[in-house]
Design a protein around this ligand. Structure first.
Ligand code: F6P
Length: 361
């Protein structure tokens, strides 16, 4: 291989630039290849002229390791099989993507993406004969076969920081503070962030909850002599009855948003304390990557290039049992990895007295 392409696809997160840097570093310095960064995910290869830049050593000598976002740009509206046209119709532009790859004379492609992007790119690359290796990223941490995806650790740190800031103000005013966090249909961010940030109640989409359970925990906290409560709720949670929340005012939050405010109304009906809500939103995606995300991104980047060098394609690098491995992408895509309601993290939360849902006896 002499010419390697790389793109980031789907929502951004912290650590993407660290992965790009690692790929470029390994490919250029260890193997003597050239690396070509494709702009805005799949769009760069579909657009004409193709939007692409060579990642020369000058570019990645600097501060890429510590920079948030993605220097290549990204999109989550670029499915080449169902590309949105100005008239609202969807067009199959997969041929343009594959043509773009060949026009650049690339020998292989590294895709940094979440479950959705990897599924599309895997199908596309198989159909078009494009040799591809995937690197998992998503703050939601819901990609199968890997214990961690790039971006998760930083997002959880943001949640912990928010709880560190909310706790003193909650304590001063004797309030119930609700923090709504991201995660799509998975509760990994809420669960890990809530445990590390000292929450009393953590609600996740994977475990049904009851208002009685929440109120019971709030009353227990008060009996223990504390007059403030921290509640973390994942954006993908439904109402107490399991009904999806429909909020007219949720603005540009296309699918989620609002469950924290719903919950605040329900809690305020049942307890005397004042209730306040913070919706953390995209703050969780930005900023400098944490130590863990830098390490993971660097490890994944180097391993992905090594796979290309060995000619091992249609694989995703993954983190399992304290090390990097690689798995077939076909084993990864198709569904999201949820929190295991009987797993060790939920067990830890319950062991700390945190209400994580399900009915009180
Ligand atoms: O999948 C990552 C994520 O940040 C989710 O946690 C969140 O629901 C969604 O993306 C937000 O998407 P957008 O950036 O399109 O608003």
């Amino acid at each position: 291989v002499h010419r390697l392409g790389i793109l980031t696809s789907g929502g951004d997160c912290a650590g993407l630039n660290a992965a790009i840097r690692a790929v470029a570093h390994r490919a250029v310095y260890s193997y003597g290849w050239t690396v070509h960064g494709i702009k805005d995910g799949t769009l760069g290869l579909m657009n004409r002229p193709i939007e692409c830049q060579e990642l020369s050593p000058d570019l990645f000598k600097g501060d890429l390791l510590r920079m948030g976002g993605t220097m290549l740009g990204t999109t989550n509206k670029g499915d080449p099989f169902a590309f949105p046209m100005p008239d609202g119709s969807l067009k199959d532009r997969s041929g343009d993507f594959v043509e773009g790859f060949h026009m650049l004379g690339l020998d292989a492609l590294i895709v940094i993406g979440g479950d959705g992007s990897l599924k599309i790119l895997d199908k596309l690359c198989k159909q078009g004969g494009v040799p591809m290796v995937g690197i998992p990223k998503t703050i939601d941490n819901d990609v199968h076969q890997t214990e961690f995806a790039i971006g998760f650790s930083t997002a959880v740190n943001v949640v912990v920081d928010a709880l560190d800031r909310l706790q003193p103000t909650a304590a001063s005013h004797h309030r119930v503070m609700i923090l709504e966090v991201m995660g799509r249909d998975a509760g990994h961010i809420a669960l890990s962030g809530g445990i590390a940030g000292g929450a009393d109640v953590i609600l996740i989409p994977e475990i049904p909850y009851s208002m009685d359970g929440i109120v019971k925990r709030i009353e227990a906290v008060s009996r223990e002599g504390r007059s403030h409560v921290l509640v973390v709720i994942a954006e993908g949670c439904k109402t107490e009855d399991g009904a999806p929340l429909t909020v007219a005012w949720s603005g540009n939050q296309a699918r989620y948003g609002g469950i924290g405010h719903y919950l605040s109304g329900r809690i305020a009906e049942r307890v005397k304390a004042e209730v306040r809500v913070t919706v953390l939103g995209h703050v969780q995606r930005g900023g400098q990557p944490s130590m863990q995300d830098r390490l993971l991104a660097s490890t994944f980047g180097v391993h992905a290039v090594d796979l290309v060098a060995k000619g091992k394609f249609n694989r995703m690098v993954a983190w399992q049992d304290r090390g990097v491995i690689d798995v077939p992408i076909s084993k990864v895509v198709g569904s999201a990895r949820s929190v295991d309601p009987t797993g060790p993290v939920v067990h830890t939360a319950r062991g700390l007295g945190i209400y994580v849902g399900e009915v009180p006896e």
